[in-house]
Design a protein around this ligand. Structure first.
Ligand code: CAA
Length: 240
């Protein structure tokens, strides 16, 4: 029987690349999205991958969403990729409290919500893979991103703690810290700032979505059973 993988924020950006890679590798995949139903419908049409809408920052919505995925795909979630994330960049002295809360809720509280919902079945099954998207900016910090860096750094602590709780239950919990990857999110950065960022990347370019998806496939693999609690940097050598 095919393993079931669920990718949050799985219809756009890095998430869509992860969803497609897991699908091509033979997993039964579901993609969650929040509000962009036009993009999600187009993604479903192109790939045939089922899409499900709920807000990952809402715990009860996660419970309902996962139940729906399990019913439709016929099993429990074997692989959870906590990918959904947003930016609301601003220097702290100009940051409205709502920008702080929005990013912490969407990027960090969502990781608790989704993991808390799926982990009982993984423990029962004695198998699971939880893969959390952190960021180079969670590892090193980034001016203009106190909210995002705090959330992405928090994800690393969460990953290590849950890895320790889960290692003897056949469940691995790992993080990936992507560097700057070409997506809508990084397209939104001002061109002059983007040019300066590229200068700090030893590979001399932004990364590609497929380069992150490749890391997910590695961590999701059954053969990666002895890899847990790590943060896999995929960033072209930036700030190593
Ligand atoms: N380090 C230190 N100080 C910096 C800085 C830096 N990297 N960048 C800007 N500043 C300082 C400036 O020197 C300036 O200081 P003064 O006021 O004393 O002159 C001050 O911050 C304001 O700079 P801006 O003119 O840029 O201010 P702004 O309000 O127009 O813009 C900003 C602020 C929106 C945060 C903008 O600087 C920005 O977009 N920065 C890039 C942030 C970034 O890298 N985001 C990543 C998004 S992609 C992502 O997050 C994916 C991932 O995981 C990698």
């Amino acid at each position: 029987m095919k393993k079931i993988a669920l990718v949050t924020g799985g219809t756009r950006g890095i998430g869509s690349g992860i969803t497609k890679a897991l699908h091509s590798a033979g997993y039964s995949v579901a993609a969650n999205y929040n509000s962009d139903s036009t993009t999600a419908a187009k993604f479903h049409e192109e790939t045939g991958i089922p899409v499900f809408s709920w807000d990952v920052s809402d715990y009860e919505a996660c419970e309902r969403g996962v139940t729906q995925v399990c019913e439709q795909l016929g099993g429990t979630v074997d692989i959870l990729v906590n990918n959904a994330g947003i930016t609301r960049d601003s220097m702290l002295h100009k940051m409205d409290v709502s920008l702080w809360a929005k990013v912490i809720n969407t990027n960090l509280n969502s990781v608790f919500n989704m993991s808390r919902v799926v982990i009982p079945a993984m423990r029962e099954k004695k198998f699971g893979r939880i893969i959390n998207m952190s960021s180079v900016n969670g590892v090193k910090g980034q001016a203009g991103q106190t909210n995002y860096s705090a959330a992405k750094s928090g994800i690393i602590g969460f990953t290590k703690a849950l890895a320790l709780e889960s290692a003897n239950k056949g469940i691995t919990v790992n993080a990936i810290a992507p560097g700057y990857i070409s997506t809508d999110m990084t397209d939104a950065i001002r061109d002059d700032i983007k040019a300066k960022i590229v200068e700090t990347i030893p590979s001399g370019r932004f990364g590609r979505i497929e380069e992150i998806a490749h890391g997910v496939l590695f961590l999701a693999d059954e053969k990666s059973s002895f890899v847990t609690g790590i943060t896999l940097n995929i960033n072209g050598g930036q700030y190593l």
